[in-house]
Ligand binder design. Structure first.
Ligand code: PMP
Length: 424
């Protein structure tokens, strides 16, 4: 469908007021006005099944979160320089979901700020500068994190003291790549040292989201983390995408690999849409950083954010959302995998909980595969289901619904994808 006159007017105003970096999803952009649970509604009252937005991970406009937010906003909202019980209650509750070695919580407003702070702490405590990330990682929008986000700035935007390694691509080279990954991390450390660069950290998204969504073997991840620790580096798990129960086996993606990250960074689903992020860290790592530099974030961890954060954790727990992610995730994965026999273009379906990567191929022609992938995303939008795509070749469908996703939602998703794929 073509954009309506009112959509065109909004697009024109948007370009005029917000400038060229603001890109709207879809050839036929959506003007959303309301959300509830797994549903989003446009200005004409049309309903879309949300299979993409992991920020409202507990469901759009969850009443309990809205109530916590508005109640605290109507009572007091200051910052962390005043004594406050609610922030301590929140820190306690959040740290309680983690292994005990993560003893301190520091609060930010975004995932980028959390990664930025994590890098500062890692560089300070290790005395090094070099950071290892994957080839097509995304870690944020500040200068330091953008320079560690080849997905956003390209390989040339990564400074010479950092290193990129190929993501553990479990589809293209299962088994071998897995071991290559740990070896590549070791080689990256060697290559830093050869140039007198001290390794500071390895920063990994536990779901390799922008690299194409991979869930490698635990042994490989442990081996890679061991290389970094032996070299005096800090292991940072970026849980902005994989955290808060999405992977269906617990709260945190790193736990699936059995690794003990020194720092964990959080964002997106942490506040169900309220701007929040956090760094969870080993106390001894931050001791000297704290006394030498301090850290203050005006809005991070304010009483409203703390109230929202507590409500999000209570909803995940109270509604059994991790269990739901596991059960409905497995059911959805079965439905999606069944499409492989009906559509030759579906090459691989990978998932953990409610996080799916569906890789499309078109007989080795990467550009065609990418074009078909975006055509599928567009066709599904027209058919009322929202998803997106990722990966260096742009040929992986990225499916990441809110955690209260139900079996009938999964069926609608798979049927809609079946129709979109039937175009070829
Ligand atoms: N890390 C990862 C893995 C992300 O996906 C993102 C956001 N896409 C960020 C960090 C940055 O978070 P934010 O946009 O909240 O700054």
């Amino acid at each position: 469908a073509d954009a309506t006159a009112s959509q065109r007017a909004l697009l024109e105003r948007r370009a005029r007021l917000l400038g060229p970096t603001y890109r709207a999803f879809y050839r036929n952009p959506i003007h959303l006005v309301r959300g509830s649970g797994v549903w989003l509604y446009d200005e004409q009252g049309r309903k879309f099944l949300d299979a993409y937005n992991n920020v409202a991970s507990v469901g759009h406009c969850h009443p309990r979160v809205v109530e916590a937010l508005s109640g605290q906003a109507a009572t007091l909202n200051t910052h962390t320089r005043y004594l406050s019980e609610i922030i301590l209650d929140y820190a306690e509750k959040l740290l309680g979901t983690c292994p005990p070695h993560l003893g301190h919580a520091m609060f930010t407003c975004t995932g980028s700020e959390a990664n930025d702070l994590a890098i500062r702490i890692a560089q300070h405590s290790s005395g090094g500068t070099g950071v290892i990330v994957t080839d097509f990682a995304y870690h944020g929008a500040t200068i330091a994190t953008a320079q560690l986000s080849p997905a956003a700035v390209g390989a040339k935007g990564v400074p010479a003291h950092h290193r990129t390694v190929a993501a553990p691509d479990t589809f293209r080279d299962h088994g071998r790549t897995a071991h290559d990954f740990a070896r590549n991390v070791a080689a990256a450390i060697d290559s830093m040292r050869a140039q007198n660069i001290r390794p500071a950290a390895m920063l990994l998204d536990s779901a390799f989201s922008s690299d194409g969504i991979f869930f490698p073997d635990a042994a490989v991840m442990r081996e890679a983390a061991d290389h970094v620790k032996k070299a005096g580096g800090i292991v940072i798990a970026d849980e902005v995408q994989s955290g808060f129960g999405r992977l269906g086996q617990g709260m945190w993606g790193f736990a699936n690999y059995g690794i003990e990250p020194d720092i964990v960074t959080l964002g997106k689903p942490i506040g169900a849409g309220h701007p929040m992020g956090a760094v969870l860290v080993r106390p001894q790592l931050v001791a000297s950083f704290g006394s030498n530099t301090g850290y203050f974030n005006t809005f991070g961890g304010n009483p409203v954010a703390a109230a929202v954060g507590i409500a999000v954790l209570e909803v995940i727990e109270g509604e059994g959302l991790i269990e739901n992610a596991r059960m409905v995730g497995a059911y959805t994965a079965d439905l999606l995998s069944a499409l492989r026999s009906r559509h030759g273009i579906v090459a691989d379906v990978r998932h953990n909980g409610l996080y799916f990567g569906v890789e499309l191929t078109a007989e080795g022609d990467a550009a065609v595969a990418a074009a078909k992938t975006s055509a599928v995303v567009e066709a599904m939008r027209e058919d009322g289901v929202l998803i997106s795509s990722c990966g260096p070749r742009g040929n992986v469908l990225k499916i990441r619904p809110p955690l209260p996703f139900a079996r009938d939602n999964a069926e609608q998703l798979a049927e809609t994808l079946d129709r979109a794929l039937s175009q070829w």
